[in-house]
Design a protein around this ligand. Structure first.
Ligand SMILES: Cc1cc2nc3c(=O)[nH]c(=O)nc-3n(C[C@H](O)[C@H](O)[C@H](O)COP(=O)(O)OP(=O)(O)OC[C@H]3O[C@@H](n4cnc5c(N)ncnc54)[C@H](O)[C@@H]3O)c2cc1C
Length: 391
């Protein structure tokens, strides 16, 4: 048996797991992060960061490290893929920053995860172990024991399952069904700036809304790269995560849209595919000394671009409750889930609705364009105050 009885075990070294380790360390709590992959890392794609997560970066001492490589976009833009016209634009400087006290940014996932990893490596309270696939968990009342494939069992004072959409920890706690397959798939790619259409190299996060599809692009790394995510309705129901994408299928699903968005898609030869899934929101994430965090607790469609932001918020809240709990993990985990589930549930449900808005056809499309087109920046900010002004 290895591990220390006072240590918290964290299953998963993604953004949520590393954020949890850092947040616990700030409260003086030691943790051991068990990651199944042969190295700690993130996929080669971009991520959007709302103002709410910058508040968390301040708490974790990460703001400067993340900001160093992030791009601070000027606006969020929605274009209509059929007409090629702008539907709405939310400026992200001036009144937006004043209102939310923080910027909106986009960055490369590897840069953000790398910043967290560096901070974890510098902390004497965080132990990082890769090639550690957790196979079984047992809550023994006064401690938690885990079985790791190809390794000695480990024990700790408590366990946080930050093991993502297909969480082993969640299955142990609740014996849950598989995630809900949404019927939408995402194809991702990153292009060098000179391969991206020159007239669209905007300093904005841009979304082209089309019938049963949409396309997002934004700059990365000082605008040397452009991140592209295209989403369409599909009957691909197999579990697919970072699989090769079918370019011909993608082009067929976008054939009704205008030349500018398809002009972007045509430039990509290698797509990676994600079958998009979520779960119904739940209020209970913990039992005894074991709890869930991030996608393991509340997987959501990415239409709010908030899954990772929510995982980081979870981490800070969880660490605060542990610090206040004086060693009573069960009470701390209950207090944590009580504080978090309505906010994360709202993002889960609203994200589904946003998918309908982005993919609208016919009258729904006209209404979307009319309603969003008439919205002032102030109204847009008011509508998102609950999200960006929180937690
Ligand atoms: C197309 C797309 C775009 C997105 N865009 C955004 C965005 O712009 N902004 C945003 O905030 N969010 C975005 N998200 C959501 C975001 O990626 C996720 O919510 C976030 O990565 C979840 O982090 P996590 O740490 O909870 O889980 P994960 O990132 O899934 O990490 C889980 C980790 O656990 C490990 N693991 C799993 N099982 C085990 C086991 N048994 N033992 C040990 N280790 C294990 C995995 O290897 C992995 O490293 C997007 C998602 C998609 C699909």
């Amino acid at each position: 048996m290895t591990g220390s009885a006072g240590e918290v075990l964290i299953v998963g070294g993604g953004i949520g797991g590393l954020a949890a380790a850092l947040a616990l360390a700030q409260g003086g709590v030691a943790s051991r992060v068990l990651e199944q992959a042969s190295r700690f890392g993130e996929i080669g794609a971009g991520i959007q960061l709302g103002p709410n997560v910058f508040r968390m970066f301040d708490r974790l001492g990460l703001r400067d490290r993340v900001a160093e490589k992030a791009v601070f976009v000027d606006s969020l833009v929605m274009m209509d893929s059929l007409s090629g016209e702008e539907v709405t634009r939310v400026p992200l400087r001036g009144a937006y920053r004043e209102r939310f006290g923080n910027p909106y940014a986009v960055t490369h996932r590897a840069d953000m995860h790398g910043a967290m990893l560096d901070a974890c490596r510098q902390s004497p309270l965080v132990a990082l172990e890769h090639s550690r696939r957790v196979a079984a968990i047992e809550d023994r009342g006064d401690r938690v024991q885990v079985t790791v494939e190809d390794g000695a069992p480990l024990e700790g004072a408590a366990l946080i399952g930050a093991d993502g959409l297909w969480s082993r920890t969640r299955a142990y706690l609740f014996g849950d069904e598989q995630p809900r397959v949404s019927g939408h798939v995402a194809y991702r790619a990153v292009l060098p700036a000179d391969a991206f259409p020159e007239d669209l190299r905007w300093n904005s996060a841009t979304l082209w809304a089309g019938p049963r599809n949409h396309l997002v692009h934004y700059p990365l790394r000082n605008a040397e790269l452009f991140n592209i995510v295209s989403v369409f309705h599909s009957d691909t129901y197999v579990e697919g995560w970072n699989e090769p994408g079918d370019r011909d299928l993608l082009m067929r699903r976008f054939e009704a849209v205008g030349a500018r968005p398809t002009g972007i898609l045509e430039r990509v030869s290698d797509w990676r595919m994600w079958v998009l899934c979520d779960r119904e929101p739940t209020a209970v994430w913990s039992k005894g000394r074991v709890t869930l965090l991030g996608d393991a607790a509340h997987p959501m469609l990415q239409y709010f671009a908030q899954g990772a932001c929510m995982a980081v918020e979870d981490a800070v809240c969880l660490a605060d409750k542990v610090a206040a709990g004086g060693g009573d993990f069960q009470a701390a985990f209950k207090a944590y889930e009580r504080q978090r589930y309505l906010r994360t549930g709202r993002v889960q449900l609203m994200a589904r609705f946003l998918g309908d808005v982005y993919h609208a056809e016919g009258v729904a499309r006209e209404l979307r364009n009319q309603m969003l087109g008439r919205r002032t920046p102030r109204q847009a900010n008011d509508g998102l105050g609950w999200l960006y002004g929180g937690p």
